[in-house]
Design a binder for this molecule. Sequence first.
Ligand SMILES: Nc1ncnc2c1ncn2[C@@H]1O[C@H](COP(=O)(O)OP(=O)(O)OP(=O)(O)O)[C@@H](O)[C@H]1O
Ligand SMILES: C[C@@](O)(CCOP(=O)(O)OP(=O)(O)O)CC(=O)O
Length: 400
Amino acid sequence: MAEDKSIYCASVTAPVNIAVVKYWGKRDPKLNLPTNSSLSVTLSQSDLRTHTTASCSSTYPPPDTLILNGQSEELNNRTLTCLKLLRSMRAELESSDATLPKLSQHPLKVVTANNFPTAAGLASSAAGFAALVYAIAQLYQLPHSPTELSRIARQGSGSACRSLFGGYVAWEGGEKADGSDSLAVQVAPPSHWPGMRALILVVSAAKKGVSSTSGMQQTCTTSALFQHRVKDVVPRVMGQMKEAVEKKDFDKFAEITMRDSNNFHACCLDTTPPIFYMNDVSRAAVRMVEWINEKAGRRVAAYTFDAGPNCVVYYEEGSGREVAGTFKGLLGGAAGWDGERGRAVEAAEEMAGLKEDKALASVVETLTAGVNRVILTGVGEGPMKVDEHLVDEKGEAVVS
Ligand SMILES: Nc1ncnc2c1ncn2[C@@H]1O[C@H](COP(=O)(O)OP(=O)(O)OP(=O)(O)O)[C@@H](O)[C@H]1O
Ligand SMILES: C[C@@](O)(CCOP(=O)(O)OP(=O)(O)O)CC(=O)O
């Protein structure tokens, strides 16, 4: 039989997710099993997305390759693990159906691009690994569900397992030593609570100092406060957060989100040596959100911070004027308001009364000087298959 020289390709886009109950800590670093469950909101791919093409062909020279944002990347152990697991799933299909092309034997070429800064605390690893796993699963025509694929994405980057779903997503930490029960599940689709919005205040788009992977290990081994988080705090709030999502109870959602972010950053501070992800600008954003909630007389906004200084503010569409409007009134000069979502936000002049609030003068000054870009987005769908390939018919990477 003639050798199959076809170029096989599948392309997908995958979303970022931002946790409201944070994953921090590994009970098994090798299998990337977490010390606690977590819960996140998947953000819309209209605004933030990874686009990935997985391709394979007998004509590609080995080994497997990855091109990220136009640059050739060395395949790290996490990526190699994902490729190995997916390839063995394909090999199993091929062994049960002899008519299938032997794609598992071809070198893989993965070409990917993020439309936002990489490794800057904007969850690029989450979108990146979800896209990689989903794209290869499409290429290999694997029949596995997103939950089954989440087991693989988790081994690329823990938070990536949650990006295999849209809407409101839990990563159930599981208890088994082999990790078979450490999986992502959808708590609710985006359509359940479609009015959820997120305003990201980009404080720094630079690469961060302490990576999540090493930071969480330091916390695990040195912080006593962290033991309390894992044993008492997270198990309690996971149930409460699921209930808040089910009931679309923004007040409860906001309370838990802010408390959990603070508890996570307190654990970082309790680490030896201490880890500081939030900075003065982040703290000014916290003060601003507190101010907005106080003025509104209820919680209309919730801040949360990952392993970096950027602030994500969740709010409901109906509170857009009070929340996004107030920030636009203050930060109108920052980049990012010119998109469709940003133009629709009306700067809330009356809230600008805060400019006369002397106690807040330094908060306003720090924020306006420190936030150079905003991203407006909302809850969105999980990974999707797309027709636009980043590899051409000759198997060459297309640089966009
Ligand atoms: N599109 C992608 N495809 C494959 N891997 C990616 C992709 N984007 C990012 N990554 C991987 O993720 C790494 C960045 O992860 P890191 O955790 O340092 O930052 P982050 O995910 O942007 O921030 P955080 O996890 O704190 O939100 C990159 O160095 C790369 O290895
Ligand atoms: C603060 C977080 O964003 C931490 C994310 O950690 P990663 O998923 O990046 O860690 P690794 O599993 O080591 O790749 C909280 C969260 O997303 O839940």
